[in-house]
Design a protein around this ligand. Structure first.
Ligand code: ATP
Ligand code: MG
Length: 396
């Protein structure tokens, strides 16, 4: 069993070893390496205490924000590596954060605190793969299984429920029976998970290849974190392939009655503290969903004007999935975008300065530009400076 670790990770492991400690790459990165995928980040677990790590890496660029929990971030060639002392988590009073962390010298205790068997393996060149919970077998068979007693682990930290659903969705793994039952039994504890953490897991879950399966099988569990799901008829969800996470979220809300779809989406996105731009875009897309036909290039221009390229694609993809318009309209949109139609003020062949030179002032400049834009979009005038200016002269 050999994993090709990069030079910086090997340097960290080696440096700790030279100081008499053991260090291994651990968790998600080992899972991803074994699946032949590049890991999202690389974490290292070590027998060195936080103070020892600080001394050992005193000459490197480090970040100490996690040091109370035993984590020193070592930055090598611009990449941060989280190096964490073996630890066990103390009591969990709030179903999310341990009241205290206890450092230990035993690797097996550190692996036991990890959430799922596929995330509880570690690897170093000296010791090879350490797999105390059958993680490799579960990885090969495609199973998400809690380490230890599932209900106890989800009661300690309810975020693990969402993480488990997320991994099942992104990796396409089945959730082992007892683990799944505990997720349902502990679902009410999801109300203890912060909006920020819910949003991160929810987006990853939605983007996963098996998102539809998780959404339909675990909608009541997810509804504790995303209350709108209890109203959405998820069983009506069409296939999600080729849609990104944002489009999938909007498609879910598009299953609601059209009068409430945009409002419910906005409430949900605000509660999850989504960024303002995606809330605005999503609300606009959902309010436009049942608009009149998009059969003409002119109507596509208006869609691009209102929603931008990404938004227009999302709106049409969702309409196609809901059979509100023909798939050929998506092809038409792409062809139309290639022609670089004029759909924004910045696409116009004249700008405010040109109008100021003609004597326009203040708000009249903006109004005239807007009028020109709509005239171009509806085919009344060509987007050339001379044509635009003479059009303005004629309508004035
Ligand atoms: P990703 O691919 O998103 O990075 P990951 O499994 O690596 O997934 P991280 O947040 O990077 O997730 O955490 C690294 C490791 O720390 C996990 O693989 C797991 O072993 C452990 N871990 C993370 N969060 C928890 C948790 N809430 N409870 C128990 N163990 C956890
Ligand atoms: Mg990770």
């Amino acid at each position: 069993m050999h994993i090709e670790l990069n030079k910086d990770v090997l340097y960290i492991i080696d440096t700790l070893k030279r100081h008499g400690h053991r260090a291994d790459a651990v968790g998600g990165c080992v899972r991803d390496f074994l699946m032949g995928k590049p890991p999202f980040d690389i974490d290292i677990t070590t027998s060195a205490s936080p103070d020892e790590m600080k001394r050992i890496f005193a000459d490197e660029r480090t970040v100490e924000t996690g040091i109370k929990h035993g984590t020193l971030t070592v930055v090598l060639h611009g990449t941060p590596y989280e190096v964490t002392t073996y630890r066990v988590d103390g009591e969990y009073a709030d179903h999310r954060h341990p009241d205290e962390v206890i450092f230990t010298e035993t690797l097996s205790e550190d692996l036991a605190r990890r959430d799922f068997t596929v995330n509880a393996m570690c690897y170093s060149p000296d010791h090879g793969l350490t797999d105390l919970y059958g993680g490799r077998e579960d990885l090969e068979r495609g199973i998400i299984r809690a380490v230890g007693e599932a209900a106890k682990r989800f009661t300690e930290d309810a975020l693990r429920i969402l993480r488990g659903l997320r991994f099942s969705s992104t990796l396409g793994f089945e959730i082992e029976e007892k683990t799944a039952a505990a997720m349902r039994g502990c679902a009410h504890l999801l109300s203890f998970v912060s909006a920020e953490r819910v949003l991160v897991e929810w987006r990853k879950l939605l983007g996963g290849k098996d998102a539809r399966r998780i959404l339909t099988q675990f909608s009541e569990v997810l509804a504790v974190a995303i209350p709108a799901l209890s109203e959405i008829p998820v069983e009506d969800l069409p296939p999600l392939d080729d849609l990104n996470a944002e489009e999938r979220m909007l498609l879910l809300f598009a299953l609601l009655p059209k009068e409430v779809a945009a409002v419910r989406f906005e409430e949900c996105a605000l509660a999850l503290r989504s960024d303002k731009a995606s809330i605005r875009r999503g609300t606009e897309i959902l309010s436009h969903l049942h608009d009149a036909d998009l059969g003409t290039d002119e109507s596509l221009s208006y869609l691009l004007h209102d929603l931008g390229e990404g938004g227009a694609r999302a709106a049409l993809s969702i309409r196609v999935r809901l059979r509100l318009c023909a798939p050929s309209r998506l092809v038409a949109l792409e062809k139309w975008i290639e022609k670089r139609p004029c759909t924004a003020l910045s696409d116009l062949a004249v700008d405010g300065k040109a109008l100021a030179a003609l004597g326009y002032r203040g708000r009249a400049i903006g109004d005239a530009l807007q009028e020109l834009l709509f005239a171009v979009m509806s085919g009344k005038v060509e987007n050339r400076p001379d044509a635009l200016l003479s059009y303005l002269g004629a309508v004035k």
